[in-house]
Design a protein around this ligand. Structure first.
Ligand SMILES: [Zn+2]
Length: 308
């Protein structure tokens, strides 16, 4: 077992994080590649297969035995059938990625959802490792979450659990990409915060991170936009806490880079809303953008255990 590794690939909209991971969760080798999504889903799939095969070859060259492969992708993922059902940023439509990887590598393979496996990695190896009930929330272009209990992520009946970004926090509010109005992600995602500031200030190209920095420096408009986002986030989190009763909320994704500028006012705002609920700890993710590839590896290792 000491020479065993799994091949892990986390496919993002712009880049792929790849690794050879040992059964104890430590990384033997890591590398990154561009996704090249603009070339279309068939080219992306071919690229994933080539990279996975090269990683398995690299493991053997290093005297290790690749025993399985785990792939994480964004969008809607059917983990049971191993199908990348739909992804707006990579362009997948019903791609049987698990079987394609398994056939090419001649190894057992699994397919997971990027946020769910990232949450699993944070829960077992990262910021949530001392808690049994973990809610991982990734705040970037959108807001997505994973509910992990005892290291296992729950995907729901249709693979769509954890969509806290579409909790409606401002009925009749800004339009959301999902078709509804006033969803949490239409107000508190990184893109929504940047967009709102640009709309009110007329300044072009301001990011959510800039808004957080300007708010911390005392700029009034930035402070207003940031506070709106934090208040909306606390409203969404109150609903999430009513449903999940998490012991710890781990925040990842680009907006979590704002660190205490986000975490400190969010704790105050949630605490002010709490009635019967218990206050979770609210912390920043610990594994950064390697959570997805580590989680893909954990999923692959878990599948080997259940096969035994
Ligand atoms: Zn929505």
């Amino acid at each position: 077992m000491s020479d065993h590794v799994v091949v892990a690939v986390d496919v993002g909209g712009t880049g792929m994080k790849c690794a050879l991971v040992r059964p104890d969760g430590t990384v033997h080798h890591a590398e990154r590649h561009p996704t090249l999504a603009q070339r279309g889903p068939a080219a992306v799939t071919a690229n994933i297969l080539d990279i996975a095969e090269q990683l398995a070859a690299r493991a053997r060259a290093d005297g290790l035995l690749p025993v399985a492969a785990g792939v994480a992708v964004p969008g809607v993922v059917d983990e049971e059938t191993g199908t990348a059902v739909w992804s707006s940023n990579v362009g997948f439509r019903d791609v049987p990625l698990r079987d394609l990887v398994s056939d090419r590598l001649q190894l057992p393979a699994v397919l997971g959802h990027d946020v769910r496996v990232g949450g699993m990695a944070e829960a077992r190896l990262g910021a949530g490792r001392e808690e049994r009930h973990v809610l991982f929330i990734a705040i970037g272009t959108g807001i997505a979450a994973a509910h992990i209990v005892d290291g296992k992520a729950f995907a729901g009946a249709h693979g769509a659990a954890g969509e806290v970004g579409h909790i409606i926090v401002r009925p009749g509010g800004p339009p959301c990409g999902c078709g509804a109005r006033g969803c949490l992600e239409s107000i508190a995602s990184a893109s929504a915060v940047g967009r709102r500031y640009v709309e009110l200030s007329g300044d072009e190209g301001v990011t959510a991170y800039d808004v957080a920095t300007r708010a911390a420096a005392g700029e009034e408009l930035a402070n207003r936009v940031w506070t709106e986002a934090v208040e909306a986030f606390a409203d969404g989190l109150l609903t999430a806490q009513a449903l999940y009763d998490a012991g710890i909320v781990v925040l990842g994704g680009g907006l979590a880079e704002a660190r205490e500028a986000l975490l400190a006012p969010l704790r105050v705002a949630l605490d002010a809303r709490i009635t019967f609920h218990r206050m979770p700890r609210i912390v920043r993710a610990a594994l950064g953008d390697t959570a997805g590839s580590l989680g893909a590896a954990l999923l692959a290792l878990d599948s080997l255990e259940t096969d035994k």
